[in-house]
Design a protein around this ligand. Structure first.
Ligand SMILES: *Cc1c(COP(=O)(O)O)cnc(C)c1O
Length: 443
């Protein structure tokens, strides 16, 4: 397939998160003004940054016929899903809850793909009744269950088999998904037999293969290996007389983070074209992080400073329950002070920690932030993916709020959940010592 010369794309984040007169702005708004109206901690997203990320990817991939489905788990706020859906993006979901979100955001069911190792019968039934595009199947046992559910509903299930190609994505162990010991996918050697068996079943419409090797992938060569194995597998299946019209290449494209420039999207597109471009398959990718990761900040207030072993310990009001990635994946999110640091070179060293009673509630050590004091506002950068969607109420803290900026206005797209709403789910009666209070059936 003819390819244009790869063009080095330099993502210019400054366009959305930038200092104007020394004050941190998101698009046309000063963050200090937003923080006056929205109590910290909160996530703040740039709509333009998401549109930019989508256009970069779609400009690179649509000429080679690849469609894009957003991995909803990266950021599942309905306003974010709606924004991406309106740009033409499909949705990759991993639960019945995400299906509800995608539909609530107006995503057409014909553009929804259902991935995940542990789909329940109820989730499968819901997906079939909704008429989604495809279910990516991750085990032989799941094929059986999907066939049974489809038969009981009098429907045919459109499926693809998720392949474990045994490729190391060279990313953090906790976001590696395609090595032999991973729980994901079906071992590549087992695919031909299973594919033929599934294709013979009347309840199943086997459309192709899927692969997803991991997340925050920086070095693109594992993609080349994985996609080349997929091409070999498609050819082998076709040689056995099987039809393979669709190929889903998964997500995993890394983003620029701190000093890491992030992979080049034109090169990624070349790899897709060179490895699977000539198969005549309908191609799909499922990026999550790439589309939203750089588009979000987590805004927090510095509560207390104390002396630490090596510099100061800065205790902020955002914790690992709000942004779990440092605790879970050793991720280090750059920090942007609200007031641009002056004479940053000589500024003290701060270890920024959250309020949660866990030692892992620690965002790491930072320099160059200037002199900080209690009451200062800070923003963790590159927090648009796997931030709010992973947030919890651990330590009985309020579920974090989310704000979306578009041009010179903003909207709270998820308000903070208050503790009364959480407590309502719990039984406050003293049931051990008496009859339970009359209760409505669970919804
Ligand atoms: C998580 C996931 C993705 C998205 O991964 P990113 O690294 O956010 O691009 C895509 N496909 C599947 C099956 C996933 O589980």
């Amino acid at each position: 397939m003819a390819m244009t010369t790869p063009r080095k794309i330099q993502p210019d984040q400054q366009a959305w998160f930038h200092y104007r007169a020394g004050e941190l702005h998101v698009e046309g708004l000063c963050l200090t003004d937003i923080a006056r109206e929205v109590p910290t901690p909160f996530y703040c997203y740039s709509a333009e940054a998401m549109r930019w990320a989508y256009s970069i990817l779609s400009d690179a991939l649509s000429p080679i016929g690849v469609s894009i489905c957003f991995a909803v788990k990266a950021n599942s706020n309905i306003a974010v899903l709606r924004l991406l859906s309106e740009l033409g993006c499909g949705m990759d979901i991993v639960s019945g809850g995400e299906l509800e979100r995608a539909l609530a955001a107006g995503a057409p069911s014909s553009r929804i793909i259902f991935s995940g190792v542990g789909k329940t019968r109820a989730e499968i039934a819901h997906a079939l009744e909704t008429g989604i595009h495809q279910i990516n199947v991750e085990s032989a046992a799941e094929i059986e269950v999907i066939a049974e559910v489809a038969r009981s509903l009098g429907r045919r299930a459109t499926i693809a088999l998720r392949v474990n190609p045994d490729v190391d994505a060279k990313t953090h162990a906790k976001i590696t998904t395609a090595t032999k010991d991973s729980k994901f996918g079906i071992a590549i050697d087992d695919i031909p037999e299973l594919y033929a068996k599934a294709a013979a079943r009347p309840e199943l419409d086997v459309q192709g293969l899927a692969v997803h090797i991991g997340s925050q992938v920086q070095d693109l060569s594992p993609f080349r290996h994985a996609f080349a194995s997929m091409a070999g597998l498609v050819t082998a299946l076709r040689a056995k007389g099987l039809e393979v019209p669709r190929l889903d290449l998964g997500g995993g494209i890394g983003i620029a983070f701190g000093d890491n420039p992030g992979p080049d999207i034109a090169e990624y597109a070349s790899i897709v074209a060179e490895t699977v471009g000539d198969l005549g398959c309908q191609l799909t990718v499922e990026p999550g992080r790439w589309l939203v990761g750089r588009a979000g900040l987590l805004v927090t207030e510095l509560l207390y400073l104390k002396d630490g072993q090596d510099g100061y310990v800065a205790i902020v009001d955002a914790g690992m329950n709000d942004l779990m990635r440092p605790a879970l994946y050793d991720a280090k999110h750059p920090v942007l002070p609200f007031h641009q640091a002056k004479g940053a070179a000589a500024s003290p060293r701060y270890r920024i920690v959250g309020p949660i009673c866990e030692s892992s509630d620690d965002f790491g050590a930072y320099e160059g932030l200037g002199e900080l004091k209690a009451g200062d506002l800070l923003a963790f950068d590159c927090a648009g993916a796997y931030g709010a969607s992973m947030a919890s109420t651990y330590n009985s803290r309020d579920l974090v709020a989310e704000v979306l900026v578009d041009g010179d206005h903003f909207r709270t797209i998820r308000r903070r959940q208050n503790i009364r709403e959480v407590l309502e789910l719990e039984d406050t009666g003293n049931w051990q010592n008496g009859p339970a209070p009359a209760k409505k059936a669970a919804g």
